[in-house]
Design a binder for this molecule. Structure first.
Ligand SMILES: [Zn+2]
Length: 408
């Protein structure tokens, strides 16, 4: 098959899409269900319809464009929402690449034996209630209470946001009923790390996607006067957090190299310069590409927290906010992508994705695969996010060939 993607058209699409939600800091701010997101949704719908694909949207706002025929669907896509002040390629590159593949298949009348779909999933970035809202809805994996009663990361109840849209909690919770039988799901994405660029490669084949465990935690001590309480009588919740964060990070870095641990947000109470912190609330997130390691990490990290708490006379409490499972990409998918790299004479390497992706959620329904293209300087979630068009062209041609293989 000699059909190739039209990179000029893809570039034009990405530049058009990248202007929607452009903010005053030069980034793209397009969280799902924001006015900019609705502009982008209309834009995508127009592109899908003009391409001659059959447009569909489910109750969670996931958008699809289909080449119909009987059989199990081969799907490709990603997301078009962004983090606040993000870049124009995270997610968007994967949706535009999948759209371009289906356009080329239609234009060149490439014979396929299975239905094909481009997909764009709502709120992959988790600006609303937890990440992967759209793909989790598609899978029927949502927490009903969170959808009906949850608060968004902007502080507003989710139902207030929904009231301003065409979507409803019932529609979101029922979205999975419209899911077609899937043969496979493929996602092209920017790497969001420096490895491919360092290796001088245009594409990477993802072998594993890390799972994560995210908790909201607190050390609880005793607030008291900063000038009159001797060190030996203090129960300083902040020092508990600091001690724990250092010990836990060192533990992961030395005993489980390759896994990650991050304290990303910390709030001290009461939060005055003259008062010893009586409580430290913080997020704790750890990731690994191995299910077994995640289980071991959970035990070991909380043993460290309990130890720090008892040494310092503090209480420790935590609750799970979210978990995702690590995914091993099926070897049949990796093998097909490798073979297509060979036929395109595109050198590749296999790698692990430390970031989570919609593909990981869809792994519950079908075989999934991911193609990474380099992120110059490893930068993403930033206005400085870039892409090299030649890399994207190679990645999209690889996606096209893999899709045709899977749909034949
Ligand atoms: Zn993304």
């Amino acid at each position: 098959m000699d059909v190739k993607v039209n990179i000029e058209r893809m570039r034009n699409d990405l530049e058009e899409l990248g202007r929607l939600g452009r903010d005053e800091h030069g980034g793209v701010s397009r969280p799902s269900f924001s006015p900019a997101d609705f502009e982008a949704r209309n834009w995508l719908r127009g592109k899908i319809e003009r391409a001659g694909l059959c447009y569909r949207q489910d109750g969670a706002g996931n958008q699809f464009g289909r080449i119909d025929c009987p059989g199990r669907t081969v799907m490709a896509g990603s997301h078009i929402d962004t983090v606040p002040n993000g870049g124009m390629f995270d997610g968007a590159a994967g949706v535009v690449a999948a759209l371009e593949c289906l356009r080329r298949i239609l234009e060149e009348k490439v014979p396929t034996a299975r239905p094909l779909e481009v997909a764009s999933f709502t709120d992959e970035e988790g600006n609303l209630v937890g990440d992967f809202l759209g793909s989790r809805a598609f899978m029927g994996m949502l927490d009903e209470n969170e959808i009906r009663k949850g608060r968004t990361s902007f502080g507003l109840p989710f139902e207030d946001i929904l009231r301003r849209t065409e979507f409803t909690a019932d529609g979101i919770l029922g979205a999975h009923k419209d899911r077609p039988e899937l043969e496979a799901f493929l996602e092209l994405h920017i790497e969001q790390g420096p490895v491919l660029e360092d290796e001088g490669l245009s594409v990477g084949i993802v072998e594993r996607i890390a799972g994560k465990h995210y908790r909201q935690c607190s050390f609880v001590g005793q607030a008291s006067h900063a000038g009159t309480t001797p060190f030996e009588l203090r129960h300083d919740a902040f020092l508990g957090l600091a001690d724990f964060a250092l010990k836990a990070t060192q533990h992961v870095a030395t005993k489980h190299y390759g896994s990650m641990l991050t304290v990303g947000r910390a709030v001290l109470h009461p939060g005055s310069f003259s008062i010893i912190p009586g409580r430290a609330d913080f997020t704790l997130e750890f990731r690994s590409s191995s299910e077994e390691t995640l289980r071991v990490l959970e035990k070991e990290i909380f043993a460290i927290a309990e130890d720090v708490a008892s040494t310092r006379g503090l209480g420790f409490a935590s609750r799970v906010v979210d978990r995702t499972t690590p995914v091993v990409v099926p070897s049949r998918i990796v093998k097909i992508i490798e073979e297509e790299c060979e036929s395109l004479h595109t050198p590749w390497m296999k790698l692990t994705s430390g970031a989570g992706h919609d593909a990981q959620i869809l792994a519950g329904a079908c075989d999934v695969g991911m193609i990474f293209v380099p992120s110059p300087d490893g930068i993403s979630h930033s206005p400085a996010e870039r892409i090299v068009w030649e890399d994207l062209e190679k990645g999209a041609n690889l996606l096209l060939r893999t899709l045709v293989r899977l749909a034949t």
